[in-house]
Design a protein around this ligand. Sequence first.
Ligand SMILES: Cc1cc2nc3c(=O)[nH]c(=O)nc-3n(C[C@H](O)[C@H](O)[C@H](O)COP(=O)(O)OP(=O)(O)OC[C@H]3O[C@@H](n4cnc5c(N)ncnc54)[C@H](O)[C@@H]3O)c2cc1C
Length: 413
Amino acid sequence: MTQRPQKSTAQAGHDPILSQPDVLILGAGPAGLLCALTAARRGRRVALADASEITARKLRASGGGRCNCTNLNAAPAHYLSANPRFTAQALKRFSPRHFLALLASLGLSAHEEDFGRMFCDQGATPLTDALETACRRAGARFLLNHRVESVTPVEGGFRVGTDRGPLMAPRVVLALGSPAWPALGGTDTGARLAGSLGLAHLPSRPALTPFTCTGAMLALCRELSGIGLNATVSCLGRACTDGLLFTHQGLSGPAALQISSHWRKGQALSIDLAPDADLRQLLRDPARGRTLARTLLAGLLPRRLAEALLAALPPDIAASANRKCAELSKAQMQALAEVVHAWRVTPSGTAGMLRAEAASGGLDTAQFSPKTFECRALAGLFAIGEALDVAGELGGYNLQWAWASGFAAGQAV
Ligand SMILES: Cc1cc2nc3c(=O)[nH]c(=O)nc-3n(C[C@H](O)[C@H](O)[C@H](O)COP(=O)(O)OP(=O)(O)OC[C@H]3O[C@@H](n4cnc5c(N)ncnc54)[C@H](O)[C@@H]3O)c2cc1C
């Protein structure tokens, strides 16, 4: 597409980059920023439009402000998508190591915590500011407070309707994210634009969101609110061993968030509250024969949790918990072990999009090149980041996807 379309009117003034950009990026989140930086450093005239008055609000809030900025294990297996291999090329071309090198070039650093999770030493806001500054230095222009309402193919490119007037560009990148966490700018604009452009969009579902509970389980969670422990949460053949947190609404923490992406309403969770121990073996151990079963159980769990679980036991199992280990039958040992290692909890729901760190679903990836991220049917239209049907696991995978897809499109626009 060589012909330049007519000039943009919104906020363009006399700035040639704003009035006639080569590339207009819709959304100044992490994917949009990395795309802008890459394209501007290649000499492209880049403008970014964003509804918010500041850039990348989710990035600024990421990791509770500590920014889990990438994961050393990033690979397709850590992403949910109808097209499981779609992420492979981009993750290879711009790997976590490439992102860490970029961080270093911006004067920032990161350290590894558990499971390959890398956190920015300086925190989320300095990282976001550094990226934004690098984009500006490379010549990119920001159109903040510009809500995108429509994208229409026109001769020579696209006309983008915003609440501040139309913008025009020969190439447009959809980097509008997902509806997750609307208080931080999540919108369903991607789905609405897909409809008007005739593109397939898979329904968005909240991912990485806390579980909510009702009734006796809610009362228990409230009583234990603030208690965290390492646990394995399983559901529908998926299991995650990580932190589990009791909250005033139900269950949260990395293990719960991770499994929420796969959970379906009505499904029970099976929770191993002591994945590093084997209560069955401990109960059978002759050296512990004179120990009360409840004492053993209490030794494995945070005190308040053990007390609450014991208080909630059915009378027959509660009675066996008050006996010495050597006096227990195999069936009693099994019943007690299940309380600790296969605790069944059926959440009433999740906190939904309101508190989802990501959303699964999005623009069907089959319509986009996994190398350039250009739309096969609409030349000059690109889509990156969470706007696509790609949702990462917890632990830096979502940001790595934003970087990798943003870089790939930035090389191509
Ligand atoms: C609280 C929280 C914590 C998180 N922590 C982590 C973490 O530590 N590590 C990790 O890997 N991931 C984390 N994530 C997920 C990660 O932030 C997202 O996956 C990532 O930001 C997606 O990047 P994106 O650029 O595709 O979209 P977004 O970051 O959502 O950016 C999209 C941009 O588009 C703009 N926009 C939306 N609609 C419009 C419109 N109509 N017009 C104009 N602009 C619009 C938005 O204002 C936004 O700036 C977290 C998410 C949340 C909510």
